[in-house]
Design a binder for this molecule. Structure first.
Ligand code: IPM
Ligand code: MG
Length: 405
């Protein structure tokens, strides 16, 4: 190993430290939350993504357009297509998000984003950074909120995944030093941990939850996870009625598949990579990653998406039209709730449960043995527009409550 290699690495590391210290300064300055009630129109950017992303986001956009038709006609909302986030265009510009696309995104208030392909070394695309990760960082979307429900078991989880730090923020800034040595970095800041943990506690308080579970590996990853854990304990002091416990990520993944214990978890908050892993597991328990939506929330912008990727395998095998659009439709509901259309969001959420968990008249299998995404979307919209929706949903929920009592 030459001294030159070490010197170069030191310089790179110094730059990374400076960048993070600057980020801390910005977080300290803070900014106000965007007030949607004062905006007319609220501009919703719709990025279709690629792979199955293109197919399922069109279904989701259709639901959004149908449900908010009146608001759109009255000029309260405006939906703008943003076409340039495909892997082809990102590869052409050799950028995670090309400059002009980023400007288009910033001109919106909220974004509905379809899955986008994240290249990996050795595949057909240049190994550029993930568009998701870049968007979360550029727009400072620090909270990744992922609800998962299994009504028949009484499971109602909300995951708060830190979205701008952890193993992700510098994931594409690691370095190879000499022939044989590779480094990646993980970052946790006091301010970054505090804002996501506080959001989880505030959510618990507002929604009558009695428990917030912090997930780390602070017994081994002592410095960064250690800080996350310490910040959580400090903040928990301010929320007296809410129990706060800490679980390590390994046992947490085990407990999620323990039917006797899993319904006891309510709100979970964790660093980035643990949240990535745990929420896929949770979504699978709910019915598959295709059923889960995700809100990426910052003070100025918010982006709503599926929790899964663009499924290139499905596209290659000619199955894109059979992809489950529920994840993106759930993302739509989260978007509507975020911008103040709570009743509309509830309708879509109830319809998702009636169609996906209770009635199941049309089912998706991801193959031609099941319905197409379009057929499923039409089924779902027929329930959204059905005046019996609420009573049907309540009837099913009451049935579950009495069978578990
Ligand atoms: C998710 C996805 C992304 C992530 C990928 C596509 C980069 O898995 O949103 O969970 O790892 O965050
Ligand atoms: Mg993931």
């Amino acid at each position: 190993m030459s001294n030159q290699n070490i010197e170069t690495a030191k310089e790179k590391f110094q730059k990374l430290i400076e960048e993070q210290l600057n980020r801390i300064e910005q977080m300290k300055q803070g900014s106000d939350w965007l007030d949607f009630s004062s905006l007319k129109p609220i501009i919703i950017g719709s990025c279709w993504g690629d792979g199955i992303g293109e197919v399922i986001s069109k279904h989701a956009q259709y639901v959004l357009t149908e449900v908010l038709k009146k608001e759109s006609e009255e000029g309260k909302i405006q939906i703008k297509d943003i076409a340039g986030l495909t892997i082809e265009n990102r590869a052409k510009h050799n950028a995670a998000i090309p400059e002009d696309v980023l400007e288009e995104l910033k001109a919106c208030h909220v974004i509905l984003k379809g899955p986008t392909t994240t290249p990996q070394a050795g595949d057909e695309w240049p190994n550029i950074e993930s568009a998701n990760v870049a968007m979360r960082r550029y727009l400072d979307l620090f909270a990744n909120v992922r609800p998962v429900k299994i009504p028949q078991e009484g499971v109602d989880w909300t995951f708060f995944r830190e979205n701008t730090e952890g193993a992700y923020v510098l994931g594409s800034k690691g370095m190879d030093i000499g022939e044989d040595l590779s480094f990646d970095f993980k970052v946790i800041t006091e301010q970054g941990a505090e804002r996501i943990i506080r959001m989880a506690f505030e959510y618990a308080k507002k929604n009558g939850k009695q428990r917030v579970t912090v997930v780390t590996k602070s017994n081994v990853v002592k410095t960064t996870d250690g800080r996350f854990s310490r910040v959580a304990k400090r903040i928990a002091q301010e929320y007296k009625g809410i129990e706060c416990d800490e679980w390590y990520i390994d046992i947490m993944t085990a407990k999620l598949i323990d039917p006797a214990r899993r319904k006891d978890f309510q709100v979970m908050v964790m660093p980035n990579l643990y949240g990535d892993i745990l929420t896929d597991e949770a979504a699978q328990l709910q019915g598959g990653v295709g059923t889960a939506g995700s809100a990426n929330i910052g003070k100025r912008w918010a982006m709503f998406e599926a929790i899964h990727g663009s499924a290139p395998r499905m596209v290659k095998e000619g199955r894109a039209q059979y992809a489950d659009p529920s994840s993106m439709i759930r993302a739509c509901a989260m978007l509507m709730r975020h911008i103040g259309y709570v009743a509309e969001a509830e309708k879509v959420e109830m319809a998702l449960e009636v169609c996906g968990q209770f009635e199941k008249k049309v089912t998706i299998t991801g193959r031609d043995s099941g319905a197409t995404g379009q057929e499923y979307t039409d089924y779902l919209l027929s329930w959204v527009n059905n005046s019996q929706l609420k009573s049907r949903w309540e009837e099913e929920v009451n049935k579950l409550a009495s069978s578990s009592a």
